[in-house]
Design a binder for this molecule. Structure first.
Ligand code: F6R
Length: 322
């Protein structure tokens, strides 16, 4: 069994290497673009969610996230499509990248290998080749750095990652928190609740518990949560346990945690504030990555194995037109 707990534990080292080694090949300064679309799936696609949320406060450009083999019509010449696939072989991402090229958009690539990287080399597209040999979800720090290097070199957009190494320093503290979280969620259906700003982290948490612990989870986003899901808790049974993510002080977050608890459900608040936004997401991702592996191990499953994703990918290859 591959020990991915150690690979998560080594995130600081992974980040350090990525910060030192990542560079853009075939760099092209684009100056201005009409919009940016991040396209990718699963552990690679989550990077797009994080960046799109961050960029809302940093640029006036429209920023879209596409997790599909189709691109919306508004992505056309003048747009930058950033295709992210750790393996470089994910069909949805390859299709979206090819479609962007057909429409005359600029395309940039982040991958560790595969057909996407080949395409980038062949067409001399800007790309960042990230460290190979990891599982996509474990490669999150490298993918984040890859994206930050691309955005800096192509569009002059700087991402806050300078404190990244510091937030990954407290291994003892993070392991303690992750063990507590894993014990809390054992035997339950985890429900991750966060404000829109922290949605990428709540989604990341769901994906990590899906893949590493093999459990079904649910994500709820505030403020929409207050317009529907809140009512569900009036009648919910005890199978759910709630994790509310907090970033800075947010009255709505605290209200949601209090309200769900008042209706008789178990709620744990995890404060991920560690300086800037990206660094806080990185820290929160570290916590949920470790917690999901610890839970998976305690349930007797192999956290590294994602057999069903393989089954889905094989099926997709048969039905998706080339
Ligand atoms: C596996 C994982 C998956 C993959 C997804 C897309 O660790 O996290 O969610 O990320 O199947 O594959 P890639 O990332 O290779 O494009």
């Amino acid at each position: 069994m591959r020990d991915i707990l150690v690979e998560y534990i080594n995130w600081r080292r992974q980040l350090e290497l990525a910060l030192r080694n990542s560079r853009t090949s075939n760099p092209t300064r684009l100056g201005s673009v009409d919009g940016i679309v991040f396209t990718g799936m699963g552990g690679s696609g989550i990077v797009g969610d994080v960046l799109a949320e961050y960029l809302k406060e940093v640029t006036e450009l429209p920023v879209a996230v596409v997790k599909s083999y189709r691109l919306p019509r508004y992505v056309r010449r003048g747009w930058l499509a950033v295709a992210i696939s750790y393996s470089g072989n994910t069909l949805e991402t390859l299709n979206a990248a090819r479609e962007a090229l057909r429409r005359g958009s600029s395309v940039a690539v982040i991958a560790s290998g595969g057909r996407l990287l080949e395409l980038a080399k062949e067409l001399r597209l800007p790309y960042v080749a990230v460290e190979p040999g990891l599982l996509p979800r474990v490669a999150f720090p490298s993918l984040l750095v890859g994206a930050s290097v691309l955005l800096r070199d192509l569009l002059d957009l700087e991402l806050e990652l300078s404190e990244g190494l510091r937030v990954l320093e407290d291994l003892e503290g993070v392991l303690k928190l992750s063990e507590r979280l894993a014990a809390f969620l054992r035997g339950a259906i985890p429900v991750f609740v966060a404000t829109e700003e922290l949605y990428p982290l709540a989604l990341r948490a769901k994906n990590e518990f899906n893949e590493n612990a093999k459990v079904v989870c649910k994500v709820e986003v505030i403020p929409e949560w207050g317009h529907n899901d809140i009512v569900g808790w009036e009648g919910a049974s005890g199978v759910f346990k709630v994790v509310v993510f907090r970033y800075g002080s947010n009255e709505l977050t605290d209200f949601a945690a209090r309200y769900i608890a008042r209706l008789g459900h178990e709620v744990e608040v995890v404060d991920v504030s560690r300086g800037g936004y990206i660094e806080s997401i990185l820290y929160g991702s570290w916590v949920v990555g470790l917690a999901s592996v610890i839970l998976g191990r305690s349930l007797g499953v192999d956290p590294s194995e994602t057999r069903s994703i393989g089954v889905y990918k094989e099926f997709l290859a048969k039905v998706l037109p080339p």
